[in-house]
Design a protein around this ligand. Structure first.
Ligand code: SP5
Ligand code: ZN
Length: 356
């Protein structure tokens, strides 16, 4: 039987060619490659899925979760970099930050907006690995449109839709970006679902890395529940500074964020227990719809994470999440092993369709 989950897909992801990641000052090849999405597409085409083009959504949909300053920066960063001559002198063909407005600089003052494009990069990027090139903004904007279009379908009564978003998004906060992400597609979809359907929305993030973006964006918002299952940052893993158990939300939203860090080497059984617990928690907290931030980098063999989940584990996670019985938008996040990224996504979506 053909995979009964619509796939929101756009070729425009190909415009985003980060080219490299600067890691500990070294230009390394980078793993967030266009080929990732192509492999996913091939696997889903082979399974008979139907593909849908995203429709363009207004900038207002992005402003629900991101500051205007971040959006303005991302939309003009490449042109400003070029106009400042940085591609010629010193000869850097991507936007790369060099100085960061660390909170310890300011005694509570507000940092100035840096006048120099070279310095402004660090105003919005929190790492050196998330480079901007000529097509980055268009591709990121198209990915956000894909997530929004998936939310539209679900709000119109489709039980589940999958947005094949690239670049990914779950590390982006209200005001800064990083972790190979530029716009928080899952958070944008969640805000849109809430606008269209009302009620509480849960984001369950099963990418191998902490979903720090949605955590920050919704930290004081009791209407968006956020849960993340990820490799323990306390054992040396990205994003290093947060993602710990005990980050529970604040203000009116105490209890509305849940982190479930897992030790390196964790395999299917404890990982699935955590996914099930997150789902139960979201249902008990009154979620009326669901966004799944689907990274498949928790699979064994992924170059960016030490978790050891199998394709069967992802398939079972799909079933567990479908069993919650909620209208669901699935948004693609990480997953970097080209040989298996397609089959892992297909396994998850197959499991989800089995659980409907
Ligand atoms: C969306 C997503 O999964 N982002 C995760 C990005 C995590 N990148 C962490 C990179 C840490 C350094 N990797 C060293 C690789 C050396 N080439
Ligand atoms: Zn990840």
């Amino acid at each position: 039987m053909d995979l009964p989950i619509p796939v929101i897909w756009t070729d425009r992801h190909r415009d985003h060619q980060p080219g490299a990641e600067i890691w500990v000052g070294v230009r390394t090849p980078g793993t967030e490659l266009p080929e990732r999405a192509e492999r996913i597409r091939e696997a889903l085409l082979g399974a008979g899925a139907s593909f849908v083009e995203p429709s363009a959504h207004p900038g207002d949909c992005l402003l629900r979760v991101h500051d205007a300053a971040l959006l303005g920066y991302l939309g003009s960063a490449w042109e400003n970099w070029q106009a400042a001559g940085l591609t010629e002198d010193p000869g850097q063909d991507r936007v790369v930050p060099y100085i960061f407005p660390h909170p310890g600089l300011f005694a509570g003052l507000t940092p100035a907006i840096a006048a120099a494009p070279s310095a402004r990069a660090g105003q919005f990027a929190f790492d050196t690995m998330t480079l901007i090139g000529p097509g980055t903004w268009d591709a990121a904007r198209a990915a956000a449109d894909a997530a929004l279009s998936a939310a539209d379908l679900v709000a119109d009564g489709t039980r589940v839709a999958y947005a094949c978003t690239r670049p990914p998004g779950h590390h982006v906060t209200r005001s800064c970006f990083g972790g190979s992400c530029y716009l928080n597609n899952a958070a944008i979809a969640a805000a849109h679902l809430r606008d269209l359907r009302g009620g509480r929305v849960a984001i369950i993030d099963i990418d191998a890395h902490h979903g720090n973006g949605a955590q920050e964006i919704f930290y004081e918002d009791p209407e968006v529940l956020t849960a993340s299952i990820h490799v323990d940052p306390g054992q040396g893993w990205f994003p290093h500074f947060l993602g710990f158990a005990g980050e529970d939300g604040a203000g009116a939203a105490v209890g509305a964020n849940r982190n479930m860090p897992l030790a390196p080497g964790t395999g299917d059984e404890p990982w699935l227990e955590a996914v099930s617990a997150a789902g139960e928690w979201a249902r008990e907290a009154g979620a009326g719809s669901l966004v799944v931030a689907l990274g498949v980098d928790a699979a064994g063999g992924d170059p960016e994470s030490p978790l050891e989940v199998t394709a069967d584990g992802y398939r079972a996670a799909g079933r567990v999440l479908a069993n919650l019985g909620l209208p669901t938008v699935i948004v693609q996040e990480g997953g970097y092993r080209l040989a298996t990224v397609g089959e892992l996504v297909l396994a998850t979506l197959t499991g989800f369709s089995e659980g409907l």
